[in-house]
Ligand binder design. Structure first.
Ligand code: AMP
Ligand code: GLY
Length: 428
């Protein structure tokens, strides 16, 4: 098989590397990929993720068996509809189904209409109506920007003044675009976890749960980032809770999407909070998480590419799980990230020191005179498995602590409470 992965970050490196492990796969291509992938034999295709026409033409000319979409942008641009219309196999949701991620309003409506647990919410398009609503509401409140170009704008407002400022930002100053509307939500409390499901043509396979750490600095301080580390599976998710998520959230959502005329295909990423009333949906994403993918792939068998192939072919599909222990990864970021950051640092000392039990998954890297250099905010992720999360963390931190790269930083508490308060319960 010849496989194309679309994207160029750590998530795509982890996916492409996993697909390369299959006996059935002859070659994995990644568009655009990054120079860190070359050592795994992944071939780079110099096309950007939004060059949908060019990607399709390239996939046809290269006789790719199927394409796996990493990031959200090409999904929002309708890449899946385009590939399918041309008879090319592709794993991902249609543009209409990808609204589960691209429109918070669409996601909220389908949840509430189908009685799927989530925070109570209201949608507003003008400032005075929204202001009148929050003046009568109790705090904290969650304010989310929504709309075609809204991107990620979430504010947890503790009082009226900060809620009004967030509303004005979105509805008056149009910070997220002129079409923006606002979703005002009840603030839920409880630990968060992520649930990933592979869906195609009536088949659904669920992965182990994961948790990422979004804040830049230790103890969840500092600005929000794309994710500074992650681990899987999540110890507080018991088998019973895992099954409850499937039964009360994922299955009804997939049925609702089908009934609405938008059958779901691809990776469904459900962001959950375990509240006192049980698990509730915080958000959906219509793709794998980054950096969760980097720590989930080592938990899967070498035949993951066959699983995707079976799903796309409509054959009975199975997901093999490794029994090699939980997985944990720490992101090495450039000084300054998530604001403007340092670039050009030589990564060779870390690359050369990396022992076989640790994988370096590359994201923001470049190449200079045959050496990998730092080029992005999130540079790479060091990933290890262990007999437990504590051992996995010890392995990763031994490497990062002993081989520091100037002008970089990483969090020292990935795994956090899962490591300090381990539980015995295991999930599938
Ligand atoms: P989102 O962009 O919807 O994923 O939100 C980003 C983060 O904001 C989530 O990971 C949560 O930590 C937090 N968040 C979003 N919605 C809520 C809510 N209703 N209650 C509490 N926290 C929330
Ligand atoms: N790790 C969060 C995300 O991929 O959206």
């Amino acid at each position: 098989m010849k496989v194309l992965v679309i994207g160029g970050g750590g998530r795509e490196h982890a996916l492409a590397r996993k697909f390369m492990q299959s006996d059935q796969v002859d070659q994995v291509y990644c568009a655009p990929g990054n120079p860190g992938m070359a050592s795994d034999g992944i071939k780079l295709v110099p096309l950007a993720v939004d060059q949908v026409d060019e990607l399709l033409a390239w996939a046809q000319a290269t006789e790719i068996d199927w394409t796996f979409v990493g990031p959200e942008l090409p999904l929002f641009l309708g890449i899946v509809d385009r590939f399918r219309a041309a008879g090319q196999k592709i794993f991902g949701p249609s543009q209409a189904a990808a609204r589960l991620e691209s429109s918070k309003k669409f996601a909220k409506e389908i949840l509430v209409e189908n009685g799927i647990p989530t925070a109570h919410y209201q949608v507003f398009t003008d400032f005075p109506t929204a202001q009148a609503y929050i003046q009568a509401a109790s705090f904290p409140l969650v304010i989310k920007a929504d709309g075609p170009a809204a991107g990620k704008g979430v504010v947890i407002a503790q009082d009226l003044a900060s809620a009004e400022a967030a509303l004005a930002d979105i509805l008056e100053d149009k910070r997220y675009g002129s079409q923006s509307q606002v979703v005002v939500e009840e603030c839920l409390t409880g630990p968060e976890f992520s649930f990933f499901s592979l869906v195609h043509d009536g088949q659904v396979l669920h992965l182990p749960t994961a948790q990422d750490h979004k804040r830049a600095y230790d103890q969840d301080r500092g600005p929000n980032t794309g994710g500074m580390g992650a681990y899987a599976p999540v110890p507080f998710v018991s088998e019973a809770l895992y099954q409850e998520v499937v039964r009360t959230i994922v299955d009804p959502l997939l049925q609702a999407m089908e009934a609405a005329g938008h059958p779901y295909s691809g990776v469904l990423y459900t962001g959950l909070m375990l509240t006192a009333e049980g698990p509730k949906v915080i958000e959906f994403n219509t793709r794998f998480g980054d950096p969760e993918t980097q720590i989930l792939m080592p938990l899967l068998g070498d035949d993951f590419a066959e699983t995707i192939d079976q799903l796309l072919e409509g054959q009975p599909a199975q997901l093999t799980l490794n029994e090699t222990g939980p997985s944990l990864g720490v992101v090495l970021a450039a000084e300054g990230y998530p604001t403007p950051y340092a670039k050009g640092m030589d990564l060779t000392p870390l690359v050369q020191a990396c022992p076989s039990e640790i994988s370096l998954i590359y994201a923001g890297v470049g190449e200079k005179s045959g050496h990998l250099t730092a080029q992005g905010g999130r540079i790479l992720m060091a990933v290890a498995q262990g007999r437990d999360l504590t051992q996995a963390a010890e392995r990763v931190y031994a490497l990062l602590d002993q081989h520091p790269i100037p002008q970089t930083f990483y969090r020292h508490d990935i795994g956090g409470q899962a490591i300090t308060q381990p539980k015995e319960e295991k999930i599938s």
